[in-house]
Design a protein around this ligand. Sequence first.
Ligand SMILES: Nc1ncnc2c1ncn2[C@@H]1O[C@H](COP(=O)(O)OP(=O)(O)OP(=O)(O)O)[C@@H](O)[C@H]1O
Length: 398
Amino acid sequence: MIDDVLQSRYRVAHKLGYGTYSTTWLCRDCQTNKYVAVKVGTAESNSREADVLDYLNHSSPLDYPGRAMIPSVQDRFVLHGPNGHHPCYVTALAMCSVSGAKDASYKRIFQAKTARSLIVQLVLAVECIHSKGVVHGDLHTGNVLLRLPADFDQLSIEQLYERYGSPAPEPVVRLDGKPLESSIPVSVVPPIWLGKASEQLTTSESNVLLSDFGEAYRPLNEHRCSSHAPLSFVPPEARFEPEQGLSFPADIWSLACSIWIILGQRPLFEDILATPDDITAEQVDTLGNLPLRWWKKWEARHEYFDESGQPKQGRQVRSWDDRFENHIQFPRQKAGIPGFDVEEKAAVMDMLRSMLSFEPKKRLTAHDVLKCEWMEKWALPDFEKFHSWEHGGCEKLA
Ligand SMILES: Nc1ncnc2c1ncn2[C@@H]1O[C@H](COP(=O)(O)OP(=O)(O)OP(=O)(O)O)[C@@H](O)[C@H]1O
């Protein structure tokens, strides 16, 4: 696939990564001399994601600042291969995801100004899609991409390889030694890494693209009762009240969990080897009692709590405040990266607490989040230093 030219236009330079239903390739657009990402769906997969992106980019209102963080579909086509028809679409190339930048870092922390700017952009993006009646449905930091600087396009493919490494194909072999079927590629290429470690990312480089709209839905037209987001980002109503259908507040829960991990080092609800019951217990430890109807429905509650709702003896319980200290402030201090003062901590905790109400209807909307004290006093000013709000969108200044 490397070096192929798709549609007589997109030269495949490297692989960016893959998911369940697609592989994304780094290509050079020979018409514009710019790099792009070409997402190639698995055979016979649908083109829903590109349809959602087209809708978000072309439906009114057009003047939401968050539209700048929604990728636009530059081109669409279908490739025909031995496995069938593959829907493809072309978007801007990104550097890496927010979670990728953290994974590339030993410290796993963003500078405070960078974190604030990333959060503003993520909330603006969510406000924009909600205003158009769309729920993202899979919000987490792996789906928050960071744009590349414009001068990246000046690199030739040779210079790209010199700086980031050439593709290194590895042969595909069957463990039983038999020959490959004709539908299997003879080699595969490990993805390129264009990103940076989280603490090295400056505010002016922190330009967000919200990606992966494969799970997006319009709650007014479609009943969605499950969430495919990673376990620690899944809203509790998906577990306790799926029959009610998920809606915009489900994104707000996942948005709060994403904000937490951008501010600190570790997720709000620890998900390593966790079961859905472990996550519910973490949520109760952090946020207090579940609504009674959910509490009664939760069969495993006796493993974590006694009849009066007190944590079982010997179980380590970490409060909301402990988590802020241990997940956000202490790792920052240890990494030598400034944390948040008492006043800012109170404002950010207040905002997150109101986004993490167990009752979906009581959660803030994305629009409300933008009006919170923390946003107005701390986050928006940092964001505005590097971005302007002109032209109905938001453009990078620096
Ligand atoms: N525009 C882009 N620029 C750079 N990298 C990208 C771009 N789009 C996707 N990627 C990378 O490609 C990989 C696959 O992303 P993709 O959104 O296709 O799948 P996913 O979310 O990992 O999985 P799934 O298809 O199961 O939802 C990820 O590592 C992602 O960071």
